[in-house]
Ligand binder design. Structure first.
Ligand code: IMP
Length: 186
């Protein structure tokens, strides 16, 4: 059980924003929708580490369809700020799967400026997949700097820094079952 009051993570305070129950319910809905849309397409889910590990685990378990799951690792945030560069730490070249003619679903924790997605989508596209869509747990539309439109979004949120459900501040807070938002008053 998590405290429902303010949490101090390193030097910042966070307050509850989306509960564990809200996350569970919405992610299950999304998983069911994806399973319906991809029936018989055997999609390959490419989950972006580290942040998407909890979302991806819950999402795939809600998807009653044949699919494959693989992982890529990108990093773009330093503490609570975007570096505006997506560093490829475990890239496409490390995948076992051939992407050609596959239906790809990129599974992200959050689309913020879109830097990571823009870079990744271009790389994926060069492998000639049958289709590419984005499934993201969170989306900050007002922070977006690229022409990206995630098809599957659990929650759109305002342009504030959040943690929990896999998302971190300085690699802390990932374990929280709900989403917590930075308390701007501090
Ligand atoms: P983008 O490349 O700017 O879209 O940022 C994508 C990555 O930045 C995400 O995969 C997260 O790892 C990180 N990020 C963006 N916003 C937040 C946030 O509010 N909290 C924690 N991490 C974030």
């Amino acid at each position: 059980m998590e405290s429902s009051t303010r949490l101090l993570i390193q030097d910042k305070y966070f307050v509850p924003y989306l509960s564990e129950q809200q996350m569970r319910q919405r992610v299950q809905e999304l998983g069911k929708q994806i399973a319906t849309d991809y029936a018989d397409k055997k999609p390959l889910l490419l989950c972006i580490l580290n942040g998407s590990f909890i979302f991806a685990a819950d999402l795939v378990r809600s998807m009653d369809t044949v699919c494959q799951v693989s992982f890529l690792k990108y990093s773009s945030y330093i503490k609570d700020k975007s570096s505006n560069q997506a560093k490829d730490l475990l890239g496409i070249q490390g995948l076992n799967e051939n992407l050609k003619d596959r239906h790809l679903i990129v599974v992200e924790d959050i689309v913020d400026t879109g830097t990571t997605m823009d870079k990744l989508l271009k790389e994926l596209d060069s492998h000639k997949p049958a289709s590419i869509e984005i499934a993201t747990c969170l989306f900050k539309p007002s922070a977006l700097k690229f022409n990206i439109s995630p098809k599957y979004v659990a929650f759109s949120i305002p342009n504030h820094f959040v943690i929990g459900y896999g998302l971190d501040y300085d690699n802390y807070g990932r374990h929280l079952s709900g989403i917590y938002i930075c308390d701007e008053d501090e």
